[in-house]
Write a protein that binds this ligand. Structure first.
Ligand SMILES: Cc1cc2nc3c(=O)[nH]c(=O)nc-3n(C[C@H](O)[C@H](O)[C@H](O)COP(=O)(O)OP(=O)(O)OC[C@H]3O[C@@H](n4cnc5c(N)ncnc54)[C@H](O)[C@@H]3O)c2cc1C
Length: 313
């Protein structure tokens, strides 16, 4: 997940190779000096005690003489919090776009003050250090990702970040399913002193067959959409979101079935499946949470219906 968030964070700058980001970020990235994080959502507000739905607004940064002011902005979850060398913050900018995806502001960890709030003690994703963070400082406006682009009509996040951002969630979720499944292939085929193998059980054979089919279907969809994106044919977030929700559900389904198949041994943590099971649950609530993603998919499938409803017809 740390690597996924790094890819998400550097996805847009990697695709906008103009002089400023190339010299500031791409060259250090190629030298292995960048480990990036993406402080995005603020569902728990400035105090951490608030709550707004996951489609929340992000803070609008005021313009000041030296650039954009980040005034004690609190991000609710930041993977690799405190460990990253660079942050790509989701924000709005005074006088800028108020609708659609947020802007992206990139800065080095030593350009602003920051603190992490608490430690990560999540159900899963134990290594991910996803603590809330508080940022304070002023960052030059030149650090707005894509500010030098002539065509500003499409938000940078939509054009340069979204496919990588969404598909890498799917890839992480599929990786969880695949990792668990591969251990199951070896463990299931293990011969016990009694002479028995778990795979001898027809229910387990059926389970493995179904899981393998789910995994291949998820992989095929993910790769097809990734190829579309690479070829510049993913002009809508619909296919990436479909791949994301499917991979997240396959992750949960495979790891849940494996806990059943390996029974008390798995549940007791004497086999590594429970860790995959816990990690897989994050896939449903991360990124665009599956519930939210399905809502988006629904509106994208019937755009005319929704534009009429929203205009009151
Ligand atoms: C391990 C982990 C790492 C993370 N890392 C990062 C990170 O690096 N950067 C970052 O920006 N965020 C990160 N997040 C945050 C994550 O992407 C979600 O934004 C966050 O989990 C949502 O906030 P919440 O948990 O308070 O959910 P809530 O806002 O409480 O939502 C909970 C559920 O309510 C439902 N729901 C809420 N609002 C709506 C709506 N408008 N429409 C439909 N259904 C809705 C959905 O079912 C949703 O799953 C991370 C989360 C986890 C678990």
């Amino acid at each position: 997940m740390c690597y996924k968030m790094h890819l998400e964070a550097v996805g847009a700058i990697s695709q906008i190779p103009t002089a400023y980001p190339r010299q500031r970020y791409i060259e250090p990235l190629l030298r292995g000096e960048v480990f990036a994080a993406a402080p995005g959502g603020e569902p728990h507000g400035q105090t951490g005690e608030d709550w707004t739905p996951v489609r929340q607004k992000v803070t609008t940064l005021p313009r000041v003489a030296a650039g954009l002011q980040i005034d004690h902005v609190r991000k609710s979850y930041v993977t690799s919090a405190g460990h990253a060398t660079h942050y790509v913050m989701f924000c709005r900018v005074e006088g800028g776009r108020t609708e659609g995806p947020p802007e992206l502001l990139m800065f080095k960890h030593d350009e602003v003050e920051w603190e992490t709030i608490g430690a990560w003690n999540g159900l899963g994703m134990r290594g991910n250090s996803s603590a809330p963070m508080l940022f304070n400082g002023v960052v030059p406006e030149a650090n707005l990702v894509g500010i030098e682009l002539v065509d500003q009509s499409v938000p940078v996040m939509a054009k340069y970040m979204a496919p990588c951002q969404i598909l890498t969630y799917g890839a992480a979720d599929l990786g969880i399913a695949s990792g668990a499944f591969e251990i199951a292939c070896a463990e299931g085929d293990k011969r016990f002193p009694s002479g028995g193998h778990r795979l001898d059980n027809p229910i387990n054979q059926r389970r493995m067959a179904e899981m393998s089919t789910q995994r291949e279907a998820a992989r095929a969809l993910l790769h097809a959409v990734a190829a579309m994106a690479d070829a510049g044919r993913a002009t809508s977030v619909l296919p990436p979101l479909q791949a994301k929700v499917f991979c997240a559900e396959v992750g949960v389904r495979v790891t849940t079935d494996l806990i059943s198949m390996f029974g008390g041994t798995a549940f007791a943590g004497r086999l590594p499946f429970e860790r995959y099971f816990r990690d897989s649950r994050a896939g449903l609530v991360m990124g665009q949470a599956n519930d939210v993603a399905y809502e988006t998919i629904g509106t994208l499938l019937f755009p005319e219906h929704w534009s009429e409803r929203l205009s009151g017809n």
